[in-house]
Design a protein. Structure first.
Length: 195
């Protein structure tokens, strides 16, 4: 087994402290108390608990690269409603999103060349090492986008039109501003998600 990293030690230590003060959280109900779900990006600058005023047990938070309405995200939303009772959904993308910095072709080509972390100079992606890649990256739909508001609207429309999504669930669309912490509603997206 590899020697644990500093990050590993920090996470385990933080969890030990968290568990000491866990209190009554073990009694939280399985369904989210506030009966809503958020689909958002995995970006580390976004903290849905803070920007949406959530406590543990309040809501479902589904995260992926870009906060996109992928098949798996929709699967989670359907489970969230059907089995756990959420009645409202929020799609939240954000400013300065890394998903706007590449295309499926770019990442596929980078991965075909090498699997290690690529470099970005503000304009172009490149691999510092070469060899050992795989063509498998060309067969994944990466869900990249150029227009943030348009991508939020497309995601809300995709969720709304899915045959397993009930028509009465409101779906709102927002862009979180990473410079101000503000949620800006995308009117076209929320209109598309209106019941």
């Amino acid at each position: 087994m590899a020697k644990p990293s500093r990050t590993y030690d920090e996470v385990v230590s933080a969890n030990r402290d968290y568990a000491k003060n866990f209190g009554d959280k073990g009694k939280l109900a399985l369904p989210p108390a506030r009966r809503f779900a958020i689909l958002t990006c995995m970006d580390a600058r976004l903290d849905p608990a803070k920007y949406a005023g959530l406590a543990e047990g309040d809501a479902h938070v589904i995260r992926n690269a870009g906060g996109r309405a992928s098949d798996d995200a929709i699967r989670s939303l359907v489970i969230s409603h059907k089995l756990l009772g959420t009645q409202e959904w929020f799609v939240v993308h954000h400013s300065d999103c890394g998903m706007q910095l590449f295309t499926g072709e770019i990442i596929g080509t980078l991965l075909e060349d090498n699997l290690e972390t690529a470099q970005f100079d503000g304009k172009t992606w490149s691999n510092p090492k070469h060899g050992g890649g795989s063509v498998a990256g060309h067969y994944i739909h990466w869900h990249t986008f150029k227009d943030n508001a348009k991508s939020v609207t497309e995601d809300v429309q995709r969720i709304r039109s899915h045959p397993l999504v009930p028509k009465h669930i409101p779906i709102c669309g927002f862009i979180y501003d990473v410079k101000t912490g503000k949620l800006d509603e995308v009117a076209e997206a929320s209109a598309a998600g209106s019941p």
